[in-house]
Each structure stands twice: as structure tokens, then as C-alpha cells.
Write a protein that binds this ligand. Structure first.
Ligand code: PHE
Length: 449
């Protein structure tokens, strides 16, 4: 058998984890949250959350997968010798599957906007018209379902050739494409009259905005952004080539993801301020306000599809890592084989995704779970409930089942990890991360005000 197919190349490994981190989050979550929550102060809190919580959790994922060279379906039970730890990969697959249901829905909207931007039907000059286009897009049952299925099936088709080969194929196209488009749009944005205001909005530190809720938001974002706690990256770590240091790889991922988020902000906000738009939160910024700006801008009819292509490129790597968790789990635990596992997993993702996407249309918009429509309920369940539980379980696993000295020896000798840095991170993981995780869990349960 061709051994090279069993593990990533060195570059492929780093690109794979960067592509999982970079996603829709870089475009609509990070820049808006930064601008509204105190600029540089928020970035600082976010980076601290990454270093003290999200990265230590990823280090546990790395050790368990890389040591055993097995994906989560087998690695946790192998390291601990206890069957009940199978709960971790099961929850991981469940979390990733539920995230795909609403994540792919948003990718579908982007795809639909990409297509419509080329036909000129997104040329709007006021907020009412832009709002109508958005409402029409997300409430058309046939449209949302078809556009949501296309990216899921496209990613599945590429992944069906094999995890490593498929992922490398996707990331080697999507990341360079993303960077190229980002730089192109950046040149345009930074020469606009609103650039100065945008830079002030994004970076001006305002530490008075740092509240308890903000700390929680930053923590949640650090998990989501770095794909930490989902066991999505654990699947990749099993295929990391020998000698790639986890500390090196994870810090490259953090820095690259942060740079792309900041660059995305520097593309979006000069447009927002130049055209007097509202720097409001969430997807509405991309879907409701930017088309107005592009419609008025010189070369806007070319730049608008390029912008939506940028978001599509960013989302593909993240979608690959989210879907691969289920693909590889089925492949390992059943006799289906690669292609059928991908087929079964994709069918589940499509069915769940259809429910999520129909929740913004008249077909299912009356259905609510705990007062939220299906789309919002899935977002809340995964980020606010499942993720803190997963994080806590992963840390408990580390504290209870992992021999720290053995883990240290393995990472220093086999993975070239810097011993001093590793000691510091293990100390954080043992004492600080659990404390923060317990506080988050209490806050989520409403026991902490
Ligand atoms: N990190 C991705 C983003 O920012 C989302 C993601 C979460 C991907 C969890 C994989 C696992 O959009």
C-alpha cells in the first residue's frame, strides 16, 4: 500500500488545520465582535482565551490521536483502556454533525448570493431592497435546500477518495484562493475613504467594554474559531507526519487564523464606513448591507461575486473537517468501507441540513425548540451546551487517564515539541483550563451571574 496516503505531508498537515480554523467565523463572527466589543482589547481577551483554553484542549486532542495514530473512534478507549470513554468520539461526531446542519445552510446562502451576484439580481441601492433580497433568499424552500446540498455533496465527493488525499486536495486550492482574493479586495478596501474609520473601529482599544459576558463570548469564539473540543482536528492529528511539533503547528494555526480574520475585517469595514452602512452584527452585514455597497462601487459587479467566492473558499476547509469526523467514525466502526461511509454520513447531514434550512422558510418556520427556530436551536445547543461539556470531558480525560510524564516524553522526543513551552502548557492544562471550564459551565447553567 502507498504509505504516503496514510499521512499528511508536513505542509498539508499545517494547511489542513488552518483551513479548519478559517471559515465563516472569520468573515462574520470575528470582525464584527471585535469592532463592537472594544477592538484591540477584545483581540487581547480572545488570544488569551485561545492560549489558556482552546489550545490546551487541542493539545489533548493531539496527544491522544498522534500517540495512537488512530482517529477518535478508537484512540480514547485505547489510551484509557476503558470503554466508557467512547462517549467522547460519539459526542464529537454528534456536535460536528449538528454544526454542519446550520453551517452548511449559511454556506448555501453564500452560494446563492454568489450565483445571483453574477446575474445582476443583487444590484440594490437601499436597505429595504437588500432586506427583501435576503428574506426572499432564505425563505424560498426549494432554493435553500438545493443551495445547501451542493456544498455538502461537493465536499463529500472529494473526501470520498480518502481522508488525507481529499482534505489535501481541498485545502491546497481553497487556502491560496482565499488569500489571493483577500489581498485583491484588501487593496481596493484600504484605498476607500472609510478606511481610517474602519481601522479605528477594529483596533481602538476600549477596555471598558470587557465584561463577564464578553469574556464568555470570547471563550466561545476561541473554541469555535480554532475548531477546538469538537474532535474535528483530532481526526487530522492521527494522520500528522512524524516530527511535526504540536506547539509549532497550533501556534501557526492561531496566528494564520487571526491574520485572516483581521484582514477580512479590513476588507469589510472600509466598505461599510465608506457607504455609510451600519456595522451591525452577524450574517446581516454580509447579506444585507454589502450588496448595497458593491452595487454602487466602481467595478462592483466584478468585486461582488469575488467577495462571495472568498467566503465560499473559506468555508470549504471548515466544512471538510466537520464532515470528516463522521465519515471516518463510520468507516472505522462499521464494515461499510470509505465510499459507503461517506455516502451514509452525507445523507444524514443532508437530511438534518434540510430541516435547518427549511426553518427559515414558511415550511418549518413555525416549529420551535425551547422558543428558538431549528436553526438557532442547533447553534445554541452546539456552542453553548455541547462544547463546554466536551471541553470539560476532554480535560477530565487528560487529568484522569493520561500519564503526564509519558505524554511529555512522547511530545518532546517524537514530535520535537519545545520542552519548556510544553511544561508551561501542561501546567496551564492541569490547573488553569479546568478552572475556567468549570466557571463557563456554571455560567452557562445560569448559576453564575
Ligand atoms: N472554525 C470554523 C469557523 O470559524 C468552524 C468550525 C468549528 C470548523 C468546529 C470545524 C470545527 O468557521
Amino acid at each position: 500500500m502507498d504509505k504516503s496516503k496514510l499521512s499528511f505531508s508536513g505542509l498539508g498537515a499545517i494547511l489542513a488545520i488552518i483551513s479548519s480554523a478559517v471559515g465563516l467565523g472569520n468573515i462574520w463572527k470575528f470582525p464584527t465582535m471585535t469592532g463592537q466589543n472594544g477592538g484591540f482589547g477584545f483581540i487581547l481577551v480572545y488570544v488569551i482565551s485561545c492560549v489558556f483554553v482552546a489550545i490546551p484542549v487541542l493539545l489533548v486532542e493531539f496527544y491522544v490521536s498522534n500517540k495512537t495514530k488512530k482517529i477518535p473512534a478508537e484512540s480514547f478507549v485505547e489510551i484509557s483502556g476503558k470503554k466508557y470513554w467512547q462517549i467522547l468520539p460519539v459526542l464529537g461526531v454528534l456536535a460536528c454533525t449538528l454544526v454542519v446542519a446550520f453551517y452548511s445552510d449559511v454556506i448555501g446562502w453564500v452560494l446563492s448570493y454568489f450565483v445571483n451576484s453574477m446575474t445582476g439580481s443583487l444590484n440594490v441601492d437601499n436597505i429595504e431592497a437588500a432586506g427583501n433580497v435576503f428574506v426572499n433568499t432564505i425563505s424560498n424552500p426549494v432554493g435553500v435546500v438545493i443551495y445547501q446540498i451542493i456544498p455538502v455533496v461537493a465536499v463529500a465527493t472529494i473526501l470520498s477518495v480518502g481522508a488525507v488525499k481529499g482534505v489535501e486536495k481541498i485545502v491546497k486550492i481553497s487556502l491560496p484562493l482565499l488569500l489571493g482574493i483577500l489581498i485583491l479586495l484588501l487593496i481596493k478596501s484600504l484605498t476607500m475613504s472609510g478606511a481610517g474609520e474602519a481601522i479605528a473601529f477594529l483596533f481602538k482599544p476600549d477596555f471598558s467594554k470587557i465584561t463577564g459576558k464578553l469574556l464568555l463570548d470570547a471563550l466561545g469564539l476561541s473554541f469555535f474559531k480554532l475548531s477546538s473540543g469538537f474532535l474535528a482536528l483530532a481526526t487530522y492529528f492521527a494522520f500528522f507526519p512524524k516530527g511535526v511539533s504540536p506547539l509549532n503547528a497550533l501556534s501557526k494555526m492561531l496566528v494564520a487564523d487571526l491574520i485572516i480574520s483581521v484582514l477580512a475585517g479590513l476588507v469589510i469595514f472600509p466598505i461599510v464606513f465608506t457607504y455609510g452602512l451600519e456595522p451591525s452584527a452577524g450574517p446581516s452585514l454580509i447579506f444585507m448591507t454589502l450588496p448595497i455597497a458593491f452595487s454602487q462601487m466602481p467595478f462592483g459587479s466584478v468585486l461582488m461575486p469575488v467577495f462571495f467566492l472568498l467566503i465560499l473558499a473559506a468555508s470549504f476547509g471548515a466544512l471538510a473537517s466537520l464532515t470528516e469526523t463522521g465519515n471516518s467514525y463510520l468507516e472505522k466502526t462499521t464494515k461499510l468501507g470509505r465510499k459507503k461511509s461517506v455516502l451514509v454520513n452525507t445523507s444524514v447531514l443532508v437530511v438534518l441540513g434540510v430541516f435547518a434550512s427549511l426553518s427559515t422558510t414558511p415550511v418549518l418556520d413555525g416549529v420551535t425548540i425551547c422558543g428558538k427556530n431549528i436553526f438557532d436551536a442547533l447553534d445554541y445547543l452546539t456552542s453553548n451546551i455541547m462544547l463546554p461539556i466536551m471541553g470539560l470531558l476532554l480535560i477530565t480525560f487528560f487529568l484522569k487517564e493520561v500519564n503526564k510524564e509519558e505524554a511529555k516524553k512522547y511530545m518532546v522526543n517524537q514530535c520535537n515539541a519545545n520542552e519548556k513551552m510544553l511544561n508551561i502548557l501542561i501546567m496551564i492544562l492541569t490547573y488553569i483550563t479546568p478552572l475556567i471550564m468549570v466557571l463557563i459551565a456554571l455560567a452557562q447553567l445560569g448559576l453564575l451571574k
